[in-house]
Design a protein around this ligand. Structure first.
Ligand code: ADP
Ligand code: ZN
Length: 224
């Protein structure tokens, strides 16, 4: 199964990808997580991207495209399929991704568009907390960790992303509307877009996604 997850920040792409990864063992490829890892390890790349990420702007296309090219060319796990989260975020990235994936004979099956409204997004992002160690996602009200400040999954420290504050969320939303909305049209024009109402709770969103996953399975078996 080869999916791209699209939608505004806070739509639930990361949570949904983690669910699918656990259920079907499909690799979750998140450029946001990859960039945060580089920043945590204070690599040259991490230092280069820090100010873009922390201000809510976009990292230059060439930088993230290179990250994805490396991942797809070297990671054997991708043979099982992939769920891209946070990439592509611009039309340039979408076109380059198509070239890369066609070359590897692994074109995208569907782009799943998680459509969420502004008040829901702000509530989710301001309450979001992340594990520093394994990137598990929590929410202070909707999904608090069992023990405050500690990750349920790995015992790591839970923190709030510096870009999850109201000011930076506004910047990320306008960047999204300007740069990433056109990516949705790009996949629609290819007949690959599946829209899901992401204002609903995670379980309902997961059920919608599983229907899409099953339809891919049927398609691959040549049933309909
Ligand atoms: P969210 O989906 O909550 O906005 P992400 O974790 O996907 O957060 O991304 C965090 C930040 O990392 C973005 O605001 C941006 O600065 C940078 N980033 C991630 N993916 C990309 C990308 N494909 N192109 C450019 N910048 C990116
Ligand atoms: Zn953890």
């Amino acid at each position: 199964m080869k999916l791209v997850l699209l939608g505004p920040p806070g739509a639930g792409k990361g949570t949904l990808a983690a669910f699918l990864n656990k259920k079907l063992d499909i690799p979750h490829v998140s450029t946001g997580d990859m960039l945060r890892e580089e920043m945590k390890n204070n690599t040259l790349l991490g230092q280069e991207v820090k100010h873009y990420v922390e201000s809510g702007g976009l990292v230059p296309d060439q930088v993230v495209i290179k990250l994805i090219e490396n991942k797809f060319s070297h990671d054997k796990a991708i043979d099982k399929g992939y769920m891209l989260d946070g990439f592509p975020r611009t039309k340039v990235q979408a076109k380059d991704l198509d070239i890369l994936l066609n070359g590897l004979n692994k074109p995208v099956d569907y782009a799943v568009y998680l459509d969420a409204s502004l008040p829901v997004i702000v509530e989710r992002l301001t309450g979001r907390r992340i594990c520093r160690h394994c990137s598990a996602i929590f929410h202070v009200k909707n999904n608090p960790p069992k023990k405050e400040g500690i990750c349920n999954r790995c015992g790591g420290e839970i923190y709030q992303r510096p870009d999850d504050n109201e000011e930076t969320i506004k910047t990320r939303m306008s960047v999204y509307l300007k740069n990433t909305k056109p990516v949705i049209d790009y996949y629609e024009a290819q007949g690959k877009l599946k829209k899901v109402d992401a204002d609903r709770n995670s379980q309902e969103v997961q059920e919608s996604l599983m229907k899409i996953v099953h339809s891919i399975g049927e398609h691959e078996r040549g049933c309909c």
